[in-house]
Write a protein that binds this ligand. Structure first.
Ligand code: PMP
Length: 401
């Protein structure tokens, strides 16, 4: 039956992890996958998460959740994203559903737009973007187009002129995907002034802003500051779509905790949108997993635990920022590695786009047992005070050839 099924290519990011696992060198470093590691290079369970799990232990049954998930969780997730003082929230105009983490939020969003969006079913994605955005929207039946976002080579940075030009030339009424903060893979975000200008461009072309917020808190260490862009767009009168993930900021990767929301014009419109979200989700997976949503809701609902969590997010963000500055110092001042490495310090969030070529990343894997994606993206969270020196020396060698 399946004789005609061709072998597909391995996943470019998960493939890096496979290669890493197969390597037996004690020096090996995995900078491919975007998961936080502590100073000892180990996965990190946030103490606030442990505490929430203790509070929950033995208290709950394992019954099904409703189709759109745990309502305590979804309303707290919306509050975290839109702000406690959000007028939309107070008016009950945000339609929100729990989702299978950020990926599931994007996919539900894709399905909803494919079915109900009255404009052109075309989405503009930044180049580059998180690799999975492309198949997610394509599989949803939305045409994928691109806008410029990044300038490679010298002065690795935001291609602001290119982005604005491409969005000004975009098809009127199309959808535009915006990384709310900590753009993956480049680690470069627009400034607040640039977001304001983007809001105008989006308005002038009647584009629909579709925000992917997978790193709230991870960019600056402050969940409010990181939510600037979607909140500003809402303030400016845009209707938005928003995908949230609690994988990174609560370290709940495998628990698959996320939310998808749409702002609406009235309570009545919200109710209609809610009903259609249910109609999309029911045949996909019936209802979402319960455990992680309970953890997130417990943390967000308890002021003391919430404050503790915020400080833990900040701690993760700060450790990453510290590694950026150590790596920059080593390359620039200690090793005098050829090239300008200032982007390592200026980029934000979990990733750094190093500017290393595919040949250099290959050499790093083969000669130094260091793994990253072929585009030269490294997860800063994989570096710590024990391995950053070895990493810098290996990069230095790779760059010098
Ligand atoms: N969007 C972006 C930009 C991401 O980087 C990620 C995680 N790598 C996600 C969404 C979704 O991740 P998850 O499904 O694990 O929440």
């Amino acid at each position: 039956t399946w004789a005609g099924v061709p072998a597909g290519p391995p996943d470019p990011i998960l493939g890096v992890t496979e290669a890493f696992k197969a390597n037996t060198s004690p020096k090996k470093i995995n900078l491919g996958v975007g998961a936080y590691r502590d100073e000892a290079g180990k996965p990190y369970i946030l103490p606030s998460v442990k505490k929430a799990e203790e509070l929950l232990a033995g208290k709950n049954d394992k019954e099904y959740l409703p189709i759109t998930g745990l309502s305590d969780f979804t309303s707290l997730a919306a509050k975290l994203a839109y702000g406690a003082d959000s007028a939309l929230l107070k008016d009950g105009r945000i339609a929100v559903t729990q989702s299978i983490s950020g990926t599931g939020a994007l996919r539900i969003g894709g399905a909803f737009f494919e079915r109900h969006y009255p404009g052109p079913k075309v989405i503009y994605l930044p180049t580059p973007t998180w690799g999975n955005h492309i198949p997610i929207f394509r599989d949803s039946g939305i045409e994928v187009r691109r806008y410029r976002y990044f300038t490679p080579g010298e002065g690795v940075g935001l291609d602001w002129k290119g982005a604005v030009e491409d969005l000004k030339n975009a098809q009127e009424g199309a959808i535009v995907l915006l990384h709310a903060c900590a753009h993956n893979p480049t680690g470069i975000d627009p400034t607040q002034e640039q977001w304001k200008e983007l809001s105008e461009v989006v308005k002038s072309k009647k584009l629909f802003p579709f925000f992917d917020m997978a790193y709230q808190g991870f960019a600056s260490g402050d969940t409010t500051r990181d939510a600037f862009a979607p909140r500003y767009f809402v303030e400016q009168g845009h209707q938005i779509a928003l995908c949230q993930s609690f994988a990174k900021n609560m370290g709940l990767y495998g628990e698959r905790v996320g939310a998808f929301s749409l702002t609406t014009e009235s309570k009545e419109e919200k109710a209609r949108v809610d009903s259609q979200l249910k109609i999309i989700i029911r045949p996909l997976y019936s209802n979402p997993p319960v455990h992680g949503a309970r953890i997130a809701a417990t943390i967000l609902n308890d002021p003391k635990l919430n404050a503790q969590w915020e400080s833990e997010v900040k701690g993760m963000a700060e450790r990453i920022i510290e590694m950026r500055s150590v790596l920059y110092e080593k390359l620039t001042n200690e090793l005098k590695t050829p090239g300008d490495w200032s982007h390592i310090k200026s980029q934000i969030g979990m990733f750094s786009f190093t500017g290393l070529s595919p040949a250099q990343t290959k050499a790093l894997a083969e000669k130094a047992h260091i793994y990253m994606t072929a585009d030269g993206r490294i997860s800063m969270a994989g570096l710590n005070s024990h391995n950053v020196g070895y990493f810098a020396e290996s990069v230095d060698k790779a760059v010098r050839g």
